[in-house]
Design a protein around this ligand. Structure first.
Ligand code: ZN
Length: 235
């Protein structure tokens, strides 16, 4: 059984449950979890539905709702009835604006630093496709203003971010930044903060080049590096 199968069927169950409430209907998380038993990622499935034109309010966008309550504003593509969208209904930023932002952000993903068209360091068979993403997500009221837009790869983009989780507080981020290991790592982090992006450092650039070598050459370089460099360079 593939995970794709599991996802499809749970997504369909969530869609079916929410469609049953009707537009204007309210439901609680508990009710949904009872309707979709043995499944814990209902938040993610609701996020998927939002990409398909479903508008489901929570207490963050609608203060009249209780924290565990949801209001169905609009029913989108009925995947529970077998409807299929030709393409996602997300608004995308294009044209000159898109080019300006890619240029401004150095043609690389602001979040993970992968350059456009380059392989991902951890998944060398996949290459980065840059999209324009929202810093404050669209679903949380972020605008298409250039100050709210940035270059993101397909892995770090809006679609892959869980917008149902609250953003971190400044205190939380500062505490974690304090706990980053070692002076060198802290300086690296400060540099990224200053640049407003995670620019790849020398180590990462070397690794990206290594990823582009054929398999046999990769093995050779890895072995020589381990044997000759790592074993002698132990300062
Ligand atoms: Zn990325």
């Amino acid at each position: 059984m593939s995970t794709g199968e599991v996802r499809r069927s749970s997504g369909v169950l969530v869609a079916e449950f929410i469609a049953k409430q009707g537009e204007g209907g309210k439901f609680t998380k508990l009710q949904m979890n009872e309707a979709v038993p043995n499944y814990s990622q209902t938040d993610r499935r609701m996020r998927d539905l939002r990409q398909l034109g479903w508008v489901i309010d929570n207490y963050k966008v609608n203060p009249t709702l209780k924290p565990d309550e949801y209001l169905v504003q609009k029913i989108g593509v009925r995947i529970d009835l077998g409807e299929k969208p030709l393409k996602p209904l997300r608004k995308s930023v294009g044209g000159a604006k898109r080019r300006r932002i890619l240029e401004r952000d150095g043609q690389m993903c602001v979040v993970c630093g992968v350059p456009a068209g380059q392989p991902f360091p951890d998944v060398p068979e996949r290459r980065a496709i840059l999209t324009i993403g929202h810093i404050i997500p669209f679903a949380r009221g972020g605008t298409d203003d250039e100050s709210n837009l940035r270059a993101e790869c397909q892995r770090c983009g809006d679609e892959s971010r869980d917008n149902t989780v609250d953003p971190p507080t400044p205190e939380f981020v500062l505490t974690r930044a304090r706990n980053v290991g070692g002076r060198k790592e802290k300086e690296r982090l400060a540099k990224w903060m200053l640049a407003g992006r995670k620019s790849p450092d020398d180590t990462e650039l070397v690794f990206l080049d290594w990823c582009r070598l054929p398999h046999a050459d990769r093995l050779r370089v890895m072995q020589e590096f381990s044997l000759q460099v790592l074993s002698t360079d132990d300062k």
